[in-house]
Design a protein around this ligand. Structure first.
Ligand code: DBV
Length: 262
C-alpha cells in the first residue's frame, strides 16, 4: 500500500463542492469569516522536516443553510485535511452534511455522512432508507474505518461512510465518487426541505443542533494539530468563532429566519 504522495488530494473535492453548490443553491451567498481566519500559515518541524502548513477557511450561506463552511489544511503529502460541514437553519428537519477527509503519515481517514438530528424510525425512513443501497455500494469497496469514539456514535447516521485506507487512488476514485453521491443527495434534501413552524419541534431541532455543536467543538480531533501549529488563541477562536460558531449564535439570541414564502 502506497503512502500519500499527492500534495493537494482534497482540492478537487472542494472545487467540485463549490461548483455544485453554485449550480444547485440559487441563493448561495458569502458567510462572514472572522478577521484573520481566512488564511493562516506556520512552519512546522525542524531542519529537513520543516514544512509550511497552511489553513484556508471558506464559508457560504443560503436561506435554508445557516452556515456552510470548510477548512482546508495543507502541509505536504502527509498532512492534508478537508473538513466540510453544512449546518441548516434550525427550523428545518434535515440532517447536517459532514465530511472529514484526513491524510496523515499513516494513511487516509475518511468520514462522510448526513448526520441525523433525531433517531426515530420516522426520521430514518425520511432521510436514510432510500440511500442505504448507495452507502452499501461505496462502503463495500472501502475498508471499514474501525473503532471511533463511542460517544460520537450517536452523531452518525445509518449511512455513515467510514474508512481508513492507503494509496492516493482510493481517494481520487471511490472516495471522490462517494463524496459526489452524498453531496447531491444532501442537496436534494435541501431543495425539498420545508420550514417547520411548530415551536415545540423547533425547540427540539435547536436542542439537537446544540448537542452536536457542543460535542464537535469540545472534541474536535484537530485541536491538537492546530495547537501545535498555530497556538492556543488562534485555535480556540477558529473552533468556537468559526468552525462551530452555532453555539455562539445561540448564545447571542439566534432565531431562524422567517421563510420568505410564509
Ligand atoms: N476534524 C474536525 C475538524 C478538523 C478535523 C474541524 C479542520 O472536526 C480533522 C480539521 N479529524 C481531523 C484530524 C483527525 C480526525 C479524526 C486531523 C485525526 C486526529 C488524529 O489522529 O490525530 C470524524 N475524525 C477523526 C476521527 C473521527 C472523525 C471519528 C477519529 C478520531 C479518533 O479516533 O479519536 N467527523 C469526525 C467526528 C465527527 C465528525 C468525530 C463527530 C460527529 O463529523
Amino acid at each position: 500500500p502506497a503512502p500519500p504522495a499527492v500534495t493537494d488530494l482534497y482540492t478537487p473535492f472542494w472545487d467540485y463542492a463549490v461548483k455544485v453548490m453554485k449550480e444547485r443553491l440559487p441563493d448561495l451567498g458569502p458567510y462572514p469569516i472572522p478577521d484573520g481566519y481566512v488564511h493562516k500559515e506556520a512552519m512546522s518541524g525542524k531542519g529537513k522536516r520543516a514544512a509550511l502548513v497552511t489553513t484556508d477557511a471558506y464559508a457560504y450561506q443560503t436561506p435554508k443553510l445557516r452556515q456552510i463552511r470548510a477548512a482546508h489544511v495543507q502541509g505536504g503529502a502527509a498532512l492534508q485535511v478537508l473538513n466540510y460541514v453544512m449546518f441548516p437553519h434550525m427550523n428545518y428537519r434535515i440532517p447536517f452534511f459532514g465530511a472529514d477527509l484526513v491524510t496523515l503519515p499513516g494513511g487516509h481517514l475518511i468520514a462522510i455522512d448526513m448526520q441525523p438530528l433525531f433517531h426515530t424510525d420516522e426520521y430514518k425512513a425520511e432521510f436514510y432508507d432510500a440511500f442505504k443501497a448507495v452507502h452499501a455500494k461505496h462502503q463495500a469497496v472501502l475498508p471499514w474505518g474501525g473503532d471511533f469514539p463511542a460517544e460520537a456514535a450517536k452523531f452518525f447516521s445509518p449511512v455513515f461512510l467510514w474508512t481508513r485506507t492507503t494509496g492516493d487512488e482510493a481517494i481520487q476514485g471511490p472516495v471522490f465518487d462517494a463524496f459526489k453521491d452524498y453531496l447531491h443527495t444532501y442537496l436534494d434534501f435541501v431543495e425539498k426541505a420545508e420550514p417547520v413552524s411548530d415551536p415545540e419541534e423547533i425547540a427540539a431541532i435547536q436542542a439537537s443542533h446544540k448537542a452536536y455543536l457542543t460535542y464537535r467543538a469540545e472534541k474536535d480531533p484537530a485541536r491538537g494539530m492546530f495547537l501545535r501549529f498555530y497556538g492556543e488563541e488562534w485555535t480556540e477562536e477558529f473552533i468556537h468563532g468559526f468552525l462551530f460558531d452555532g453555539l455562539l449564535a445561540l448564545e447571542r439570541g439566534y432565531t431562524p429566519p422567517v421563510p420568505a414564502s410564509a
